[in-house]
Design a protein around this ligand. Structure first.
Ligand SMILES: [Zn+2]
Length: 204
């Protein structure tokens, strides 16, 4: 007879709490860390799961998610995002973090056998701006495509700043950080955070 208490030592809870702590250990500004878990592995040993460094804005040099590059493999600027907004956000912390995570999944994740699920946490202090929301959509589609639509993919935006969900003026245009439809979550240890999940399930 099991006497274990569900959720009391949920490894995913601990991963979320650690990542939010790491993000908030940075200086003033917006920071992002992306965690990739293959089949729920949380060892972050680079073989079955991977954790990027905590990326700062201005990391730059990555084109896939900049929305401003015409290079091969770079995503085009989506409708609804102006050229100015794409440019001003093109070195947001998400851009480098998503690129790093994509590179690991493409290089290592796709080499693993019998993968069933890819779970990605995009952890930030305040949540993605409107342009970065599009970047997260592109990223989720990229992961689905890397596995030829054969694996379940979950991409969670996770953040915990109270200001999230508010609209701010950024160099002349308004951008909303975080999602109006995010779910309020609380870990077993009492840590509160917001989560917005994108999910893909393969046809069975
Ligand atoms: Zn952004």
């Amino acid at each position: 007879m099991s006497t274990s208490t569900p959720h009391s030592h949920d490894p995913l809870d601990q991963v979320v709490v650690q990542a939010l702590t790491d993000v908030h250990a940075q200086h003033q500004g917006l920071f992002t860390q992306v965690l990739v878990m293959v089949d729920s592995d949380v060892s972050f040993d680079d073989a079955n799961s991977y954790r990027t460094a905590v990326k700062a804005a201005g990391s730059g040099g990555e084109e896939r998610y900049s929305l401003t590059s015409a290079s091969k493999g770079a995503h085009p600027r989506p409708s609804g995002i102006s050229a100015d907004e794409a440019r001003l956000s093109s070195r947001d912390s998400e851009v480098a973090a998503l690129q790093d995570a994509y590179d690991w999944i493409e290089g290592q994740g796709t080499q693993l056998q019998n993968v069933r699920t890819i779970h990605v946490l995009v952890v930030s202090n305040i949540g993605p701006c409107d342009a970065c929301k599009k970047r997260l959509e592109y990223f989720c589609d990229d992961v689905v495509r890397l596995f030829d639509k054969h694996v379940e993919v979950m991409v969670d935006s996770v953040y915990d700043t109270a200001a999230a969900g508010t609209t701010m003026n950024r160099s002349g245009f308004d951008s909303t950080y975080g999602y109006s439809g995010a779910t309020a979550c609380t870990t077993a240890s009492g840590k509160k955070f917001w989560r917005l999940r994108q999910e893909f399930r393969p046809k069975s």
